[in-house]
Design a protein around this ligand. Sequence first.
Ligand code: ATP
Length: 276
Amino acid sequence: MIAIKNLTFNYAKKQQPLFNELDCELQTGSIVGLLGKNGAGKTTLLKLMIGLLFPDKGDISILGHEPSKRQPSLLQDVFFVSEEFHLPPISINNYVKANAGFYPRFDKDLLLRLIKDFELPETKSLQKLSYGQKKKFLISFALATKCHLLVLDEPTNGLDIPSKSIFRKVLAGSLDEDQLVIISTHQVKDVENLIDKVLMLDNGKFIMQKDLYEIGSQLNFSTVSSAEGEHILYSEMVPGGFRVITPQENGNSNVDIELLFNAIANGHEKLKKYVQ
Ligand SMILES: Nc1ncnc2c1ncn2[C@@H]1O[C@H](COP(=O)(O)OP(=O)(O)OP(=O)(O)O)[C@@H](O)[C@H]1O
């Protein structure tokens, strides 16, 4: 569904490329978490995927299309919820009347259900909603489009605690097998039990590209009282002991994405063979 080959990109031609020969393939039926430090290039990569920026070198194929061509047949099947957005001074109802027609698979019943779940006012002007309410509306609209590709940049920023849990519920409950969702986020706890695959960007490369199930079958995440021992691959002090990563002996562990991110981002060599 998404194939990126040898992608090289930079904003300023004379500088070192932001991305240097990136490769990646993503299939439908999954929720992918895109992680990376501030400035790693997450938003840039999302914009390249949906054709808002163009590669310097390499190829991007989305649903068989080259996104930079911005063909209507692709645009009707991709929805991007960006971190910063503008909504017009019209009600939810009027916004839906004006925009739903661009998306052939639009599900109005689903939208009404999500608006109810998020307790959004249907008749108030969108511009008079709070940032969090606007965000919840855009997420609801995105899900209702039923686009094959949904790209969400920091979707839980600005959402209150109950809304974050509604977000997880509605996302898990309203996707079809033929959809792919890419979520760029720093709020890994908000998406921990949602995502199937993690992509981690650092220094212009993917330093991790792996299914969480596979990681959980190779690595064990636990809290222990002492961080001493040959078998410990990474540890962090937490109240009451240490969170540690050790090789998996049998079974499958829930992946602590935050701990794994810290370990990989800090360049822990012992973990490399498990994540690439
Ligand atoms: N329009 C632009 N022109 C020039 N440089 C840009 C532009 N947008 C982003 N950059 C630079 O590209 C790099 C990657 O930015 P990007 O916003 O993609 O990172 P990010 O991983 O999404 O960061 P954050 O986690 O802080 O949102 C940064 O160094 C940023 O300064």
